[in-house]
Write a protein that binds this ligand. Structure first.
Ligand SMILES: *Cc1c(COP(=O)(O)O)cnc(C)c1O
Length: 383
């Protein structure tokens, strides 16, 4: 086995695809401490800056006092506390849906929902740039998989017309996690009605960020539960914590409780974590200035990058990729920035398509204009 592993790792290294981790020693904020040195980071999904919020930390501590640290069992045995139950009710209200169901992670939510709803006689339609967890969910479901080119709803229409599957499920990211652009949901919803398909949106990067009240991509487009019956969201991004949920009708959620395997066969989230997410939903709603600030900084970054002729993509979300092409180049630029005290991770295949390696800049409400100036200056120099 070792010789197989060694050659696998060598190949990865030679292709500039080798992955490493960089431990840091302080909360997830724009400044990360590495070996005692401060670095300015632009990689976090903590878009509203809630991961280090005092009210969330207090909720965590009080939750641990009340419920201790482990949930002790799965939800269907004795792991389901009033903290989980209350959070589910609040998520239903937050999303304007009948019910919501907690999952341990977004990855598991996607696996659970898709495999519970479709099987070998069905078809699933995925945007080519959907998150890896949705691709894995589709594979695990054994349904016939159709992948349409990114945001190409014409091809999606042709694929839907061609399929004679019993049930058809269209799944898309709301905000695409590596490109930062937004799915064309109004057209997808129209096609779904025409071809009697079901629609699921993974809004991991839209919730808390988009729409007048931060309800995400659906709010931005003014879409209702009837349009998108299956909504998945996560707590590890704008909400600053960890975990995920699915929201929809009473019937949908009851079905998932009966048959979503990644819900049933796993330990319930720690109750203190549920208490922390409850606090996060309140703070995200009360402190509306965070969302406003984030969008100001996105505009500031784009204007500054434009002035320096740094190539941007059509993204108006906190995800601002700079496409560099070759993995070697992305890695080199990322290293050069690191030497200047700035962290922007190089994102390479298979996370993104071949020859589309990039720096993925993400912004948080906690950044400031001065920090963005430093990033732009360093980028202009290095590029
Ligand atoms: C992060 C992410 C997930 C996975 O969520 P986790 O809770 O981190 O497992 C799923 N889908 C999308 C689009 C994501 O960006």
């Amino acid at each position: 086995m070792n010789s197989f592993l060694r050659s696998f790792l060598q190949n990865r290294q030679q292709a500039a695809l080798y992955r490493t981790r960089q431990p840091h020693d302080n909360p997830q904020t724009p400044i990360l401490l590495i070996n005692g040195q401060p670095y300015l980071a632009f990689c976090s999904n903590d878009y509203l800056g809630l991961a280090n919020h005092p009210r969330l930390k207090t909720a965590w501590q009080q939750g641990a006092e009340k419920y201790a640290v482990g949930s002790g069992a799965s939800h269907l045995v004795t792991g389901h506390t009033n903290a989980h139950h209350a959070l589910e009710k609040e998520l239903a209200t937050y999303t304007g849906r009948e019910r919501a169901l907690l999952f341990s992670t977004g990855y598991m939510a996607n696996l659970g929902v898709v495999t519970a709803l479709i099987g070998r006689h069905d078809a699933v339609f995925l945007d080519k740039l959907n998150h890896a967890s949705l691709v894995d969910a589709a594979l695990l479901s054994r349904a016939k998989i159709y992948r349409y080119p990114h945001n190409d709803t014409q091809t999606l229409a042709l694929m839907l017309a061609k399929s004679s599957a019993q049930h058809k499920l269209i799944i898309t990211d709301g905000v695409f996690s590596m490109d930062g652009d937004i799915a064309n949901l109004p057209i997808i919803v129209k096609l779904a009605k025409k071809y009697q398909a079901w629609v699921m949106v993974d809004d991991a990067h839209g919730l808390g960020v988009l729409g007048n009240t931060g309800r995400g991509t659906l709010e931005m487009y003014r879409l209702e539960t009837e349009d998108v019956p299956i909504l998945m969201g996560t707590f590890g991004k704008a909400f600053g914590v960890f975990g995920a949920f699915v929201a929809g009708s009473e019937l949908l959620i009851e079905t998932l409780i009966q048959s979503a395997r990644s819900y049933i066969y796993t330990t319930a989230l720690p109750p203190a974590l549920a208490e922390t997410v409850r606090a996060s939903l309140i703070v995200a709603d009360e402190e509306t200035g965070r969302r406003k600030r984030l969008h100001e900084l996105i505009a500031y970054f784009r204007a500054a990058a434009l002035r320096e002729k740094i190539p941007l993509m059509e993204s108006f979300t906190p995800i601002q990729p700079i496409i560099l092409g070759k993995s070697e180049k992305a890695l080199m630029v990322s290293k050069a920035l690191y030497e200047r005290g700035i962290i922007v991770t190089a994102i390479r295949p298979p996370t993104v398509p071949q020859k589309m390696a990039r720096l993925r800049v993400t912004l948080s409400a906690l950044h400031n204009e001065n920090q963005i100036d430093k990033l732009i200056e360093a980028l202009a120099e290095v590029l």
